[in-house]
Every structure is written in structure tokens, then in C-alpha cells.
Design a binder for this molecule. Structure first.
Ligand code: ATP
Ligand code: MG
Length: 465
């Protein structure tokens, strides 16, 4: 009965019994599982429940990648989990989950759940969908096989039992993992309708080196891309952040464009990427982020979003100036405009937008390396981020390289050298002399002027040599 129902819903046969893969074949060692996740599985099993490490951790271990975190799925209800695991708390509104605490580690424990019913089926009261088929709430507990079927991709639907040391595979996930294929479980179009965020997840996993989306899984995306518009802006931001911090951000953004998914996220991306300088700037920012993620260095999401939206700000800034606004008020107007437009699509939290504005707002000030202001600027809490941003602008050809060099020297210089650097005669080859000839209203104006273009090209050529 259940099998027939699953076959009907997911159009797949043979998915009700998993293939059991033993240790020699899967190669996962028990000691690769975090202490917390192992203890959760052991304790739940000792109390008669089924419990497995699931999802991304199993996928990553099979790929030889160190998992970010370990999630556990179990047959125990959240209340039962809470009773078995002393240091745990119940959380979640959309889904009830348990967070189990082991020292510093938090293990997320979720109860096996069933997927959304096929449209037309009688809706159970715990499942609510919107008019596009998007699941708004599903708290229906299910069997292990139902839990496997409601997961998104075959490679994310593998269950590792750290006690028996076996991997359970319901949807040929291991084979897909070896083929580096992202394949949706069930009917892709229906599953995207249930949760359009799965389109972004497909892109994120497919951006890993060597991975691709299975043709049938990719096919409906272009047509359904607009459904991302119905997803709450805060959730989109979270997913976008995961994508950008995945270590494959440059590839992800290329994939987003290829799948036509970026419109609902960063609406100007196409326009920006069509301009050589904009494309170079965004690409450099993403590649730099990817390098930092791979080197385990911290990433500032504010810096990254500031970079992604910078050329949009530049365009709006230029427009405001053309309307006769003075440079600095025009910049502030441009920043607000761009952030307002962005909020409708993908809500960047305020804690980030505040920093983004500081980074943007400091750019014209970095251009003004005269008087006492450079000293003051060094004290600014966002100086370092703003300086790094300037360096990125210079690398993309938008700002003069000498300005970056000047600030780099000024930061480390002693008091006497600093005074010397600030003397008009000391300007020498610094961009200051050139700027002083320009009317003050032009300071920090957006690019587009002939002299900036000329300079950028030569800077760029120089760097490339
Ligand atoms: P990451 O490495 O980014 O954590 P992940 O696959 O572990 O990747 P999570 O968001 O942690 O992603 O989700 C854990 C698991 O839950 C997934 O592997 C997948 O099985 C399931 N899952 C997550 N999001 C969805 C979704 N939108 N639809 C269906 N299943 C999902
Ligand atoms: Mg995960």
C-alpha cells in the first residue's frame, strides 16, 4: 500500500527497500563522524529507535570532503529525542527539531518525515501548500523510506548508521555521487514547485568541480525560475549566502546565469556582467571569496554583497550626479536606492547593509588623501574592509593602482613618513597631484570619465604584464 503510494507520488519503483552498502564499499570510517552525532545515534538506538547520520555529511564523507556539520534523522519523535538526550532542546516553527548539545557541538536531530502529498490528494491538516504548490508547512512524520523520498537529490538521501557502519541507499545516490550528478528524487517540476529553493540548491551542488545537473532535473528550471519570487526574501538571502560561501561562488554565479535564476536574486547581475569592468569586478570578488573559503579564512558577507551590488551603485550614483546632485549626497541617494530595490528580491539583513554602506561610503574618502583625513580614516572601524574594496576596484581597473599603493604604504608608515607622504611635494607619483587638478566636486565620482578609463586600461595592462 505504502509502496504503491510512493510509486504513485514519486513515479519510481523499487525505492521502498534500500541498498545496504557495507564499509569496504562505502569507505566511511566511524571515527570520521563527530563525537556528538555518533553519541546521538548510539543513545537513540540503545533506546530502541532508528537513528542515522544523513544528508550533506554522508555525501561529503563519501566525496572525501570534511563535512560542515552532522545531521541525524531518527524514528523517534522530537519529544522522545528530548527525553533520551538530556542536554537537548526542542526548536523550530516550520518543522519541529531537536538540538542536542555535546560540548561545543550542536547536532540537529530530525524525525523521519513524509513528503508533500500529490496535488489532488486529500491534504492532511499538517501540510499546507500555496496556490503554486509550494509547501508552507509539513510536519507529518513518516517512515525511513518516506524520509528518503522527501529529500531533494539522490546524493543527499544517503543514511549512515555509525553503529552498524552501513550506508542505506534508496535512490541510487552512491552511483550518482560517483558520476557527480545532481538528480532530483521524484518529478523535478513538482519538487521545484513544492520548494523553489531546490533550484538554488541544485545550482550550488552542481557548481562543485566536476558536478553537473542531470538533464531531466535541469530541464524545468528555466520555466519555473520565477517561482523564486514567492519564496520569503529572508530565506532567499540565507540560500544565497550558502551559495556564495560554498567555496565555488564564481561557478555558482555562472550556473545561476546559465539556468536563468539570477533575476530574482540580483536583478542587475546581467547588466553588470555585460560591462567588462563590472564583470571583472564581480568575478574578482567571487574568486577572492572562493580562495578565502578554501584557505579557511573568515568571509564578510557584507563585503561580498557590497561587491556584488557596487556597479549598480556606481550607475545610480552617476545618474544622481547627472541630475545635478553633489557627489556625496548623490552617492548616499544611490546606496539607498540600490538597497531598497534589493530588499524586495532578497532581504539583506540590516546588520549587513549598515556595513555595506560604510564600505561604499568610504570609497570617495579613500580618494581624498590630504590634510588630517587620512589619519582619521585609519581609525575608522571599516577602514580595512574599505581599503580591501578599493584594492578590488583597482584590480578590476576602476580605481588607480597608485592610490592602493599609497594607502598600503601609509598604513604601515611611521609618523614622520606619514607627514612626508601628506606634504604636497611628496605626492610625486601618487594620484593626489592628478586629483588636485580636478574640480573638487568630481572627487570620487563614478567612472566613465575619459581620464579614468585611460588610467584603468594602463593599470590593467601593467598588472597583466
Ligand atoms: P550543506 O553542505 O550545505 O549543509 P546539506 O545537503 O547538508 O548541504 P542542509 O540544508 O544542511 O544541506 O540540509 C540537510 C539535508 O536535508 C539535505 O542533504 C537534504 O537531504 C535535506 N534537505 C535540505 N533542504 C531541502 C529541501 N529544500 N528539500 C528537500 N530536502 C532538503
Ligand atoms: Mg548540512
Amino acid at each position: 500500500m505504502i509502496k504503491r503510494l510512493i510509486d504513485k507520488v514519486f513515479g519510481r519503483k523499487g525505492a521502498d527497500r534500500p541498498v545496504v552498502i557495507a564499509a569496504p564499499e562505502h569507505g566511511i570510517r566511524r571515527d570520521q563522524i563527530s563525537h556528538g552525532a555518533r553519541r546521538v545515534c548510539e543513545q537513540l538506538q540503545e533506546n530502541g529507535f532508528a537513528a542515522y547520520v544523513v544528508g550533506g555529511a554522508v555525501r561529503d564523507l563519501l566525496l572525501g570532503v570534511e563535512p560542515k556539520d552532522f545531521d541525524v534523522a531518527t524514528s523517534a519523535t522530537p519529544e522522545q529525542v528530548h527525553r533520551v538526550l538530556r542536554r537537548s532542546r526542542l526548536i523550530g516553527r516550520r518543522f519541529k527539531l531537536v538540538h542536542a548539545l555535546f560540548g561545543n557541538e550542536v547536532v540537529e536531530v530530525s524525525t523521519f518525515r513524509a513528503g508533500a502529498p500529490e496535488s489532488g490528494d486529500t491534504e492532511s491538516p499538517a501540510q499546507v501548500v500555496d496556490e503554486h504548490g509550494r509547501v508552507l508547512r509539513d510536519n507529518v512524520y513518516g517512515t525511513r523510506q518516506e524520509d528518503a523520498a522527501r529529500r531533494d537529490f539522490t546524493i543527499n538521501s544517503l543514511y549512515y548508521d555509525p553503529v552498524a557502519e552501513t550506508v542505506l541507499d534508496y535512490h541510487k545516490g552512491l552511483a550518482d555521487l560517483r558520476k557527480k550528478t545532481v538528480r532530483m528524487i521524484g518529478d523535478p517540476a513538482r519538487r521545484y514547485r513544492e520548494d523553489p529553493v531546490r533550484m538554488l540548491r541544485a545550482v550550488r551542488f552542481a557548481a562543485r568541480p566536476g558536478f553537473h545537473i542531470a538533464p531531466k532535473t535541469a530541464a524545468p528550471i528555466a520555466e519555473l525560475a520565477s517561482l523564486l519570487g514567492n519564496v520569503p526574501a529572508a530565506r532567499l538571502f540565507e540560500e544565497m549566502l550558502k551559495l556564495l560561501l560554498s567555496g565555488n561562488a564564481a561557478a555558482c554565479v555562472r550556473q545561476l546565469r546559465a539556468q536563468g535564476l539570477h533575476h530574482g536574486l540580483l536583478p542587475m547581475l546581467d547588466v553588470i556582467l555585460e560591462q567588462p569592468m563590472g564583470e571583472r569586478f564581480v568575478t574578482l570578488a567571487l574568486e577572492q571569496t572562493d580562495r578565502r573559503v578554501r584557505d579557511d579564512k573568515p568571509i564578510s558577507p557584507a563585503f561580498l554583497f557590497a561587491a556584488l551590488l557596487w556597479h549598480q551603485v556606481l550607475a545610480a550614483w552617476k545618474q544622481a550626479m547627472e541630475r545635478g546632485e553633489r557627489s556625496i549626497p548623490a552617492l548616499h541617494e544611490a546606496m539607498d536606492l540600490v538597497l531598497d530595490q534589493q530588499t524586495d528580491q532578497l532581504a539583506i539583513p540590516r546588520r549587513f547593509t549598515v556595513t555595506m554602506k560604510e564600505i561604499w561610503g568610504l570609497q570617495p574618502r579613500l580618494d581624498a588623501n590630504t590634510g588630517r583625513r587620512p589619519h582619521l580614516l585609519l581609525e575608522h572601524p571599516r577602514f580595512r574592509a574599505a581599503f580591501d574594496f578599493l584594492a578590488l576596484r583597482a584590480e578590476s581597473g576602476e580605481a588607480p593602482t597608485e592610490l592602493v599603493d599609497w594607502w598600503a604604504r601609509f598604513q604601515v608608515a611611521g609618523a614622520t613618513e606619514r607627514e612626508h607622504m601628506l606634504l604636497p611635494a611628496a605626492a610625486g607619483s601618487s594620484p593626489r597631484r592628478r586629483r588636485r587638478r580636478r574640480p573638487s566636486g568630481d572627487r570620487g565620482a563614478p567612472e566613465g570619465g575619459a581620464d579614468v578609463a585611460e588610467r584603468s586600461t594602463s593599470d590593467h595592462d601593467h598588472k597583466a604584464d
